[in-house]
Design a protein around this ligand. Structure first.
Ligand code: ZN
Length: 124
């Protein structure tokens, strides 16, 4: 499961960050997951529970926000959401990486990463 390795990386980054604060525990972690990462919300929550066991993050609430894919067209300058095809296998959307206006080449500007947006810390 791809999600487990992604969550492991995030959790160790968060734990490193927590060392800078006098944190007793963490109440809530908000993640932003880009639509292009193909990470499943349920799998992320499941992986989070496993990975955080025995750490300062154990028992914290995981909040997941989705970020739509946005792109900048290199030909006409369009900036905004791209068109999607719905996957046959699940409810995942596959972004089409060409300009919805002119079909030109685009540079993805949002939705391709998974990042920590917010940590709610309980201070010791
Ligand atoms: Zn264009």
């Amino acid at each position: 499961m791809h999600e487990v390795s992604v969550v492991s990386d995030l959790v160790s980054a968060i734990l490193r960050e927590l060392e800078k604060y006098n944190a007793q525990s963490v109440e809530e972690v908000t993640l932003v997951i880009g639509d292009m990462t193909s990470l499943g919300e349920e799998q992320m929550s499941f992986a989070y529970e496993i990975v955080t066991k025995g750490t300062k993050l154990e028992g914290s609430k995981l909040v997941i926000e989705k970020e739509a894919v946005r792109a900048l067209c290199l030909d006409c300058g369009y900036e905004g959401p791209v068109n999607n095809i719905q996957s046959d296998y699940d409810d995942h959307y596959i972004p089409i990486l060409s300009c919805p206006k002119c079909g030109g080449r685009v540079k993805v500007t949002a939705g391709q990463t998974c990042s920590v947006k917010n940590l709610r810390i309980v201070e010791a």
